[in-house]
Write a protein that binds this ligand. Structure first.
Ligand code: 5RP
Length: 300
């Protein structure tokens, strides 16, 4: 039966406390709708606006990449240390337990392989399937200056529109062709085009000169890829400089999962991205966690 008495006598209106209007803290995202913001707040920590995304989508064009031969064995134990998982729908459904609670950034373009022209991509996921998989964001490769530049920009625009209909943000990934230089001029051009066309955040590469200008010129959050495996200290330095020069974090793959002690590495990356640790302190942390991880590996 309805509680008609309480309806007549409500008391807790806090008449002296005006209702607050909050500003969404993520760069360039304040005008988005609630569902978009809620999904973005799952990927980027509401405390510091930063993220450590773990990228394991490489198989979509390069097959069983070193470190990803068995995602169920090597990647699942790393998930608790990541803020989000960037992955294809095939790997997600086949190898990741659905009770995992981390947000999924769903690789949604592909259609080529390392044997052919890399920029020749199409959309590979229907938006309904992204909803079904509870994706927190879509990821699309954009090849500015590439052979199929126009087509890849078309993929971005189509996914942004589809995601907008469902409140799912889109991350544009700036794919750099073999003949292109990853300098601030190119990265500034590529990231800005992605943001102007509606990407809600952009994945790009760090460049040693002028990255702060790339980040400032992109009106939405930037995350950096790790690229090829580097010595651990260098990867931590790259993450440190990127965040200090305006990146919102990393979407790192090989520099984590190709490390001999990946749990230690992802925690060291977190110390830089979320804890503002210097690369030296993060390296000390890495070395102490590495000893523990090696001990555990040996015990198995
Ligand atoms: C391609 C990609 C990758 O598949 C991947 O996410 C790159 O991550 P990393 O360079 O850190 O291994 O985005 O451009």
């Amino acid at each position: 039966m309805a509680d008609t008495q309480d309806m007549q006598d409500g008391k807790n209106y806090h008449l002296n406390v005006p209702q607050a209007s909050t500003v969404f803290p993520l760069k360039g995202s304040n005008a988005l709708d609630w569902g978009m913001k809620n999904r973005l707040a799952r990927v980027f920590s509401p405390e510091d606006g930063h993220t450590v995304m773990l990228a394991v989508d490489h198989g979509y064009f390069q097959g069983p990449t070193t470190g990803l031969e068995r995602i169920d064995i090597t990647i699942v134990p790393l998930i608790p240390f990541a803020d989000a998982l960037m992955i294809t729908r095939g790997a997600l459904r086949s190898s990741i337990p659905p009770e995992m609670s981390k947000p999924v950034v769903l690789r949604s373009t592909g259609g080529q392989s390392i044997l052919k022209e890399l920029s020749n991509e199409r959309i590979t996921v229907d938006i309904e399937d992204a909803v079904r998989l509870n994706a927190s964001a879509l990821a699309v490769q954009v090849y500015i200056g590439g052979v199929h530049e126009h087509q890849s920009i078309g993929n971005l625009v189509e996914l942004v529109d589809a995601g907008n209909r469902h409140g799912i943000p889109t991350m544009a990934v700036t794919g750099v062709g073999k003949d292109m230089v990853r300098d601030s001029k190119y990265l500034g051009l590529a990231t800005r085009i992605c943001a102007e066309l509606g990407a809600h955040f952009v994945k790009t590469y760090y460049c040693e000169t002028g990255f702060a200008r790339v980040a400032a010129g992109c009106p939405v959050p930037l995350v950096i890829a790790g690229g090829k495996k580097l010595p651990e200290k260098e990867a931590l330095e790259m993450a440190y400089h990127a965040v200090n020069e305006g990146a919102a974090g990393v979407d790192m793959g090989r520099n984590i999962f190709q490390c001999e002690t990946p749990k230690a590495m992802i925690q060291a990356v977190r110390a830089v991205v979320h804890g503002q640790e210097t690369p030296e302190k993060a390296m000390d942390l890495y070395l102490s966690l590495k000893t523990i991880e090696e001990g555990n590996q040996y015990a198995k």
